[in-house]
Design a protein around this ligand. Structure first.
Ligand code: ADP
Ligand code: MN
Ligand code: MN
Ligand code: MN
Length: 432
């Protein structure tokens, strides 16, 4: 405990002085330094520290920050791994940390772990152990150094994926040789809403009232139009640091709402990256004292909902003649509209009303450059005769493992009957 109480700046100064040419400091030198310090200050520093912490004086905050920012790499090979998994609601992210003996580069180097599933709504109390399988690694932007974030999925002790493990099935689809050959790309636009704590009302909105109507807020700047930019920007940099394939951000139509995009990412990576980006956003909003909401329609009325548009292409769609492949994919999607809607997020019926740049939940539609359609094809794709499609139906709280793998399944693996295909082609004015 005593070494934690020592102001880290002093230690760093001492080390530079006493070991200018000897880096990293050997553990022997380090413990002798600790020992000296302990002899001097151990008896008083503990109570002193606590008093300052309770008073929350600036100096205490600084000292905590110093410790949080402490770079442990010169002193130990050990690293901290934050194991992250999806909880029982299918949308909550949980995590806990453990020490590993040395830095790792690949998830296969990591041990499996477990958690108490009865505390996450994922297992009965009498048989509560759930096993975590490490699947993807990112750099930890909060702890820095060689420390890592680990995206995991959940299994029973017998090795069966638990019901909320949607990654397992997705990974199967993405390893199907037909899907692998098509190198499916995904670009996910994750929209989210920032809420003031306690009141659960959007950031920047007057408590108990509403801001002026939508119009000036989308991609805006200014204290009366943009609320929460620091969070969006901190998240952007943290994601880049972590190794997430984040491709951009923007302020949204509803004030207090933001978007970030991840992609294009191949196959299962899209899901891993979105989940890790969501986790980082939860941590940043936690630090900022702001609540993250992924509700598809956080505010009823004339306010935009929050979606997770999923841009998608296969190798054949990106090559010459790709537009024909895109139209065939749209045809397949139209025939499985209900299956997709039921997999695209809870409460999406409050968002997909046909207003606010959405298509009605019960009707499948597609169009070029039309934001009121289920599926939009960009002008660029039409002009070039190849490219990608945008599925505008997924809600902000969708599971990217489910959405991406279902898109691949419906468009690469699934085949409609000839009659169904002919009928749908006629209805949608799609000649394939
Ligand atoms: P919008 O114009 O709908 O707001 P965005 O620019 O927010 O679109 O997001 C588009 C996403 O699509 C980005 O993440 C981008 O990387 C991705 N994307 C671009 N080309 C492709 C492609 N060929 N296949 C899949 N995704 C793509
Ligand atoms: Mn967008
Ligand atoms: Mn958007
Ligand atoms: Mn979009």
């Amino acid at each position: 405990m005593a070494q934690i109480l020592a102001p880290s700046t002093q230690w760093q100064m001492r080390i530079t002085k006493s070991s200018a040419n000897a880096s990293p400091v050997s553990s022997k030198t380090w413990s002798s330094l600790l020992f000296k310090k302990n002899k001097k200050g151990a008896s008083t520093s503990s109570s002193k520290f606590r008093v300052l912490a309770i008073k929350s004086e600036n100096s205490t905050i600084n000292r905590l920050e110093n410790l949080l920012n402490l770079d442990i790499t010169p002193y130990t090979d050990k690293i901290i791994a934050e194991y992250i998994w999806i909880g029982g609601t299918g949308i909550d992210v949980r995590s806990k940390s453990r020490t590993l003996s040395r830095p790792v580069k690949h998830p296969s180097e990591l041990p499996k772990w477990n958690y108490d599933g009865s505390s996450t709504g994922q297992a009965p109390g009498e048989d509560s152990e759930v096993i975590l399988y490490p699947q993807a690694i990112f750099k930890d932007p909060f702890r820095g150094g060689n420390n890592i974030l680990v995206i995991c999925d959940s299994y029973t002790p017998a090795g069966e994926p638990i019901p909320t493990n949607k990654r397992h099935r997705a990974a199967q689809i993405f390893s199907n040789p037909k899907v692998v050959a098509e190198v499916p790309w995904f670009g996910i636009e994750q929209e989210y809403t920032l809420l003031q704590t306690n009141v659960q009302w959007p950031l920047g909105w007057p408590v108990g009232g509403y801001p002026g109507p939508q119009g000036p807020y989308y991609c805006a700047a200014g204290a009366d139009k943009s609320f929460g930019r620091d969070i969006s920007d901190a998240h952007y940099k943290a994601c880049l640091y972590a190794g997430i394939n984040i491709s951009g951000t923007n302020g949204e139509v509803m004030p207090g709402q933001w978007e970030f995009q991840v992609g294009p990412s191949v196959g299962i990576d899209a899901g891993d990256h979105i989940w890790c980006a969501r986790y980082i956003l939860e941590r940043i909003t936690e630090q900022a004292g702001v609540v993250l909401s992924l509700d598809p329609k956080p505010i009823q009325g004339d306010w935009n909902g929050a979606g997770c548009h999923s841009n998608y292409s296969t190798k054949s769609m990106r090559e010459d003649g790709g537009y024909e492949v895109i139209k065939k994919a749209i045809l397949n999607l139209s025939l499985r509209h209900k299956d997709h809607i039921s997999a695209y997020g809870e409460g999406n019926e409050r968002r997909l009303t046909g207003k606010h740049e959405t298509a009605d939940i019960n009707t499948f539609s597609w169009g070029v450059a039309n934001r009121g359609c289920s599926i939009r094809v960009g002008r660029d794709t039409e002009a070039k005769g190849k490219g990608y499609l945008e599925d505008r139906r997924p809600a902000s709280n969708m599971d990217p493992y489910v959405v991406t793998s279902l898109l691949a399944e419906t468009t690469i693996l699934w085949e409609p009957t000839l009659e169904a295909e002919a009928l749908a082609a006629q209805k949608l004015a799609l000649k394939v």
